[in-house]
Ligand binder design. Structure first.
Ligand SMILES: [Zn+2]
Length: 341
């Protein structure tokens, strides 16, 4: 899912996003509830109409943004109070209000409110955060059912930090609530690569195989390839779009920094074999020049290319799974991604 945090995939319009083959994007409840606010989106007839996107939308509940953006947050059993990073106002999210917000958006997939623990968190605090996350999952589930949504889906979220015991407990208590899919949160928050992969692999193994498994905020191409192997189906990450704006192209042979001086006369495309508009119509030398000249076209071309790269990665992964050769494909792909351009 490309990230459309505030209702836009940065540097692209939605016709371009759809042309790349994407049918599903991620928007953030936290950002949209603060600005433009629920009333505006409700009056517009929902989020799809407001932003002009005909595909489906998953909205994140805000737990991670409250952790990462709010200068002040206070979690109680009732909900979380935090200071808006936009205007400094105190705001409260509860499991029920977050469900209502996402129903006002008419999100195709809503997420429950969770407590995303920072890294590292002391064991006692981590246990308390999980206790609250589990209680909130129950409340969100009940509130969701009382609203009888028509065709919308809701996913539960596993937390538990880097603790195997807490991750197991989270799955044991949240999986039976019968959500439409399950997400794993609380990763990519500063832990080591080894810790990330240990917890990601464990968490996937604890979740129902017949429901979508979604690892939130992941990731780099190498992580996605490995996480698909663990059993994950869904991903979102700002990397392809954010790094594009910082002059980085993803290629089959690893990352390419468009800023490098030796690209000034490199008339090859960003990635040989890529059929995206940027690769068909522009050379590395041209995009290097556009980037150095602060032309916004460089951000657009690199974003187009990076999202085309991620789309192809996912399509190839799906084909390898269908063909029963995912392990071989993953090995080959990881070896290539570790190379250099
Ligand atoms: Zn390309």
């Amino acid at each position: 899912m490309p990230c459309a945090t505030a209702g836009a995939v940065k540097a692209l319009d939605f016709a371009e996003v759809a042309t790349l083959g994407y049918r599903h994007i991620l928007c953030n409840t936290y950002h949209l509830a603060l600005r433009p606010g629920l009333d505006v989106i409700r009056a517009a007839g929902g989020l799809h109409k407001f932003i002009g996107w005909g595909g489906s939308i998953l909205t994140d509940s805000g737990g991670f943004q409250i952790l990462s953006l709010s200068p002040l947050r206070r979690v109680t059993e009732h909900g979380v109070k935090f200071r808006s990073h936009i205007d400094g106002d105190m705001v409260e999210f509860t499991p029920e209000s977050v469900v209502d917000s996402q129903l006002a958006f008419d999100s195709d997939i809503a997420m429950v409110l969770d407590v995303c623990s920072p890294y590292p968190t002391p064991p006692k605090k981590l246990r308390r955060d999980l206790d609250i996350t589990v209680a909130w999952a129950h409340r969100a589930r009940e509130h969701w059912d009382s609203r009888s949504p028509d065709g919308n889906l809701i996913f539960g979220i596993l937390q538990g930090g880097m603790s195997e015991g807490l991750r197991r407990r989270a799955a044991h208590e949240i999986a039976p609530l019968g959500f439409d899919g399950y997400a794993v949160g609380g990763l990519s928050v500063g832990e080591s690569r080894d810790e990330f992969h240990r917890v990601a692999e464990l968490s996937a193994s604890l979740l129902p195989e017949d429901k979508p498994r979604y690892i939130m905020g992941v990731g780099m191409p190498e992580d996605i390839v490995r996480c698909i192997g663990y059993g994950y189906d869904m991903f979102d990450c700002v990397a392809p779009t954010r790094m594009a704006r910082n002059g980085v192209a993803f290629t089959r042979r690893g990352q390419l920094s468009i800023r490098k001086a030796d690209l000034a006369t490199d008339f090859a495309p960003l990635d040989e074999g890529c059929a995206c508009f940027a690769c068909k119509s522009h050379t590395r030398a041209c995009i290097h020049h556009l980037y150095k000249s602060h032309e916004i076209l460089s951000a657009k071309l690199l974003t187009l290319h990076n999202l085309a790269f991620y789309k192809r990665l996912m399509t190839d992964a799906a084909a390898a799974i269908e063909a029963g050769r995912y392990g071989d494909w993953a090995g080959e792909t990881l070896a290539e991604l570790g190379g250099s351009t």
